[in-house]
Structures are given as C-alpha cells and as structure tokens.
Design a protein. Structure first.
Length: 152
C-alpha cells in the first residue's frame, strides 16, 4: 500500500496520541469523520497499524532499571537459535529481543526493579537458558531520547 500525505499525517497524529477521536482527527486533517474512520480501517487492514498500546512510566511501577543484555550462543545452529528464541519469549522481564550481527548474537532490553533484582534474574533465569555461551550487560545511566513514533 502506498501512503499518501494524508495517511502520513494521520499516522503521525495517531502515534502521538492514539486515543484521539475520529472527530478530533478529522478537524486536524480537514476531512470528514467518515473519511478518517475509513482511512484508519484501511491502515489497520493493511497491517500498517498493528496495535494500540498504553505507555507506562516504568519508575511508577518499580521497573526503573533499564538493562541491555548482550548474549552470545555457544554455536549458531538452527536448533540452538530456535531453543533460545522460544525460551527468551517466556521471560516477562525481557521487553524486546533482537537477533543482531557482530560480536554478540542477541540484544535483550530488560526493565527491572534494581540491581539486586537483575542479579537474581541473571542467576535464576538467563544462566538457566540452553546454549548460552556468554553475556554482557550494559546498565543505563539516564534516558536521552525515547520515542515509539516512526518518522514518516
């Protein structure tokens, strides 16, 4: 699907606040409510809009420590990769997992309460995963930029 300029403006507005009403969006886009509704439905149907979520202040739910954990597998076999990816999906502390190139095979994004909680997580969960060769953790000091919006 080719996005026109109105689709791009609509997506930009929705990314900033997905709870806006179609009426509010229609006023900003100078379109009818029906036209906005139909565009949103089309973007959802085409899989461009995949979901609507609430973003949470992690510090208010005791998950203010952000850790990036780099993981190297013992070997790069289909079996090892499949086993690791299945197991990592079961860890609720892992918010995102990326298979990457370079020195490590995976980068995990983990929100956790504090350093003691992270140690417990590493000892009881990560070290128990099959096929882990090594890990390297990076602890964030401060947040410089954090956005979910994709520039169109």
């Amino acid at each position: 699907m080719k996005l026109d300029s109105i689709d791009k403006k609509l997506l930009t507005l929705i990314q900033k606040d997905s709870k806006q009403t179609t009426k509010s969006l229609s006023l900003k886009l100078n379109l009818s409510v029906t036209a906005v509704y139909e565009r949103i439905r089309k973007l959802e149907k085409e899989g461009i809009i995949t979901q609507y979520v609430a973003l949470i202040d992690k510090s208010k739910i005791d998950k203010s420590l952000l850790v990036f954990c780099h993981i190297r597998l013992e070997k790069h076999t289909k079996e090892f990769i499949a086993d690791f990816e299945k197991e990592i999906n079961d860890l609720k502390e892992v918010i995102e997992c990326f298979h990457v190139s370079g020195e490590y095979d995976y980068v995990l994004k983990i929100y956790i309460k504090d350093m003691d909680s992270y140690r417990e997580f590493m000892v009881n969960k990560i070290t128990g995963l099959k096929h882990i060769g090594s890990t390297h953790s990076v602890f964030t000091i401060g947040e410089v930029k954090n956005t979910t919006a994709i520039d169109l």
